[in-house]
Structure formats: C-alpha cells, structure tokens
Design a protein around this ligand. Structure first.
Ligand code: CA
Length: 235
C-alpha cells in the first residue's frame, strides 16, 4: 500500500504540482487547504507524513505544527514545512516546534521527493551499543571509533572527542535539521558556558575530519536554520 501524504497548502498551483510529484513518487496525496480541512483529513486517516505550508489562511502552519506535536494522535507524524524564501529567519521557530525538515519554495519535484524519502527513512539501523552506519561512515559505539569507506576497504577516522559526540548525534538523528541551540542541548547538554558560535567551530572541524574521505558533504548547512546530517548527498 502506498504511503499517504497530507498536503496542507492553500495555493492550488503548488498543491497540484506537489500532488503530481507525489503520485509519480508512488505516494498517495491527500489535500487540505486550511487547518480545519487538515484536521478532518487526519481524523479520517492518519497520514504517514505531512507537507505543511507555513503561510495558511487563518491558523498558520507554525501554529498547526505546534498543536500536532502536543497531541498524542499526531505527535509521531513527520512534518516537512514548505516555506518561501523570505521566511528563512523564522525557521528556527519551526524547528523548535518540532518540524522535521524544510523545503524552500520554489522547489523541484526531485528535491521534494528526496526530502520525503529521507524523513521517512529515519528509522535507521541503530543498535544498542550506539553503533550506527550511514553510507560510507560507520561508528563502532562500543569502541568509540569511526570508520570510513566500504566494507573491506575501511579506514579508521582520527576524530576529536567533541566531534565524535557531534557525529554520533548526527548519525543517530540523520536527515533532520537542528538549530544551534538544539545541538547545544543534545550534544553539549545545554551547557551555559558554550556559545552557539562554538558549534560552528566544531562543525568546521568535523567537516575537515571527513574531508579526506570526501564525506564532508554529509554535514550540511541549512541557511537560516542550522545543520543537518544527510546520507543522501546530492552531487
Ligand atoms: Ca500559502
């Protein structure tokens, strides 16, 4: 059965373009033009993912996302926000409301489908000792070591302790955008002595660490929002 994706968007042209792309990607699109229609669609059947426009008549996409994150019925549904270029600065607010990812208008069908697949794939192979592997990167959680390359041709990665924790957090939470303050909370334990700018420094070091293996592109900057680690590196 095809995964059902709810599109909450008031502009017919974008809604139709998205629905067309979703059908091509073998998803089942459902439309809602505002918050009320969205509630009805969700009550009818819980979607596998929601594409939520930021600018909606009446209740905004941001308010809706916050509401859905509070309610038991909708808490676990992945949400991808559709934003216009000028709304980039508001994205942090969206991230803090629990949105999983963003797509900035105008976007291509290909880009949209790639983001959807990534968010849906989030249930990664992530076993108890904290070992995780994504693409050509592997963390041996028990040994606290990182390896790069394919099986048989793996090489150990020399990595600092903070970069290790950052990478481990990213790899166990891949394809999701985190703001600097969220990374601070998760990786540094919300230490008040660490400035948000420090995160940029460690991100740069992490990229340098991965550069010799041509894997630095996995650590992505999301303008106006923060950082994302992605196994789906688009060349
Ligand atoms: Ca709109």
């Amino acid at each position: 059965m095809h995964k059902r994706i709810l599109i909450v968007e008031d502009e017919p042209a974008i809604r139709d373009m998205v629905a067309f792309a979703l059908r091509k990607g073998e998803y089942e699109p459902v439309h809602a033009g505002d918050a009320q229609q969205a509630q009805i669609a969700i009550a009818d059947r819980i979607p596998d993912l929601i594409l939520l426009d930021w600018m909606l008549p009446g209740t905004s996409g941001l308010e809706l996302a916050r509401r859905w994150r509070r309610e038991t019925l909708t808490r676990e549904i992945p949400i991808i926000m559709l934003t216009a270029r000028g709304e980039e600065n508001d994205r942090v607010a969206g991230l803090e409301s629990g949105v999983d990812d963003y797509v900035v208008k105008p976007f291509s069908a290909r880009e949209l489908l790639a983001r959807i697949r990534a968010v849906l794939r989030r249930s990664r192979e992530d076993d108890e000792d904290g070992s995780v592997s994504i693409g050509a990167l592997r963390i041996d959680g028990a040994a606290h070591r990182v390896f790069a390359g394919t099986a048989g041709g793996e090489q150990p990665v020399q990595i600092g302790p903070t970069e290790y924790r950052l990478l481990h957090f990213f790899m166990t939470h891949a394809d999701r955008v985190y703001s600097r303050s969220q990374l601070l909370d998760h990786v540094w334990g919300g230490s008040v002595y660490v400035e948000e700018r420090t995160i940029d420094v460690h991100i740069r070091r992490l990229r340098k660490t991965l550069e010799p293996f041509a894997l630095d592109g996995m650590v992505q900057t999301v303008r106006g929002a923060g950082y994302r680690f992605s196994g789906a590196v688009d060349s």
